[in-house]
Design a protein around this ligand. Structure first.
Ligand SMILES: O=C(O)CCC(=O)C(=O)O
Length: 285
């Protein structure tokens, strides 16, 4: 098992939150056992040490093309949850896109997450979002476009997001960007505000600590987004992104936005995958 790296000074809720976090892991170990496939330990260790990793050619791009097509269909039907000049977002992809199931509950994805948490974790949210080129300054982009500024998520003191690019991503179309080791190394006053400009973060951590995770459709980028991160602003073209959040406790800890699953889809998951949906709200529709 990996030796979990966590720092109370880097958690929004400090010591109490860390204690509750560790208890949540023990609870899940007791409930669901610790049968973990070690072949994915290196990937989990990299995220544990550095806060992010990029696994090349992780998944068949065809599976991701299906998700992108479903996104476009939902958009054409006028059923996006949110739509502005920078961001287009689908609400609750587990309710609206059949193709995401296959990825969210993929065996390899689950094994990486198990290696990271030392227990069977659970999905807390899924997001499907397109970002489009703009010349606006980051601080003037509305809604979820604010994720183009550095921030540390409040969902948990230690959790992970799996990012699947649905377009090839270079420096110009929005790479997920992470300050290496900022999940365990913060600075005095890091929690005095939520959004930080690039130059502020760069002057504290140094430009060399900032990793832009460029990659192709099929690569898997992972981040513990309790560290400083952002989606670098798209300046050319667009980027559609599927994000899957794994954690060991529900999002209600911090009132963050949680994911939903249809009850019948939950019922049809194989028994060994049901714990992965422990924290998804069951919807009848
Ligand atoms: O768009 C991205 O690459 C990062 C999104 C983000 O900031 C987040 O999921 O918290």
């Amino acid at each position: 098992m990996i030796k979990i790296k966590i720092n109370p000074q880097c958690a929004w809720g400090k010591d109490n939150e860390i204690r509750a976090y560790i208890e949540a892991i023990y609870d899940r170990q007791n409930k669901y056992g610790v049968d973990i496939d070690k072949s994915y330990a290196d990937i989990a260790s990299d995220v544990n040490e550095n806060g992010t990793t990029n696994v090349k050619n992780f998944i068949d791009p065809k599976r991701l093309e299906l998700v992108k097509s479903e996104f476009e269909v939902i958009k054409e039907r006028g059923e996006l949850q949110y739509n502005d000049f920078y961001t287009e977002q689908v609400a609750h992809p587990l309710l609206t896109c059949n193709s995401v199931y296959d990825i969210v509950f993929d065996d390899k994805v689950i094994e990486i997450a198990k290696n990271y948490f030392n227990c069977v974790p659970a999905v807390t949210n899924v997001q499907l979002r397109k970002s489009k080129a703009t010349e606006q300054l980051e601080q003037h982009i509305p809604g979820n476009g604010q994720t183009t500024l550095f921030h540390c998520d409040k969902d948990s003191p230690r959790f992970i997001k799996f990012f699947f690019y649905l377009d090839d991503v270079d420096e110009s179309n929005g790479p997920f960007t992470y300050v290496k080791q900022s999940h365990i190394k913060k600075f005095e006053g890091w929690d005095s505000k939520y959004r930080w400009k690039h130059r502020e973060i760069s002057s504290i951590y140094g430009e060399d600590s900032i990793v832009k995770q460029c990659g192709n459709v099929g690569d898997l980028v992972i981040g513990n987004t309790n560290g400083f991160h952002k989606g670098t602003k798209v300046t050319k073209g667009e980027r559609t992104l599927l994000s899957v959040y794994y954690s060991v406790h529900p999002t209600e800890w911090r009132d963050t936005y949680g994911g939903k699953i249809r009850k019948e889809d939950y019922d049809s998951l194989p028994d060994h995958k049901k714990p992965l949906a422990d924290f998804l709200v069951r919807s009848e529709t």
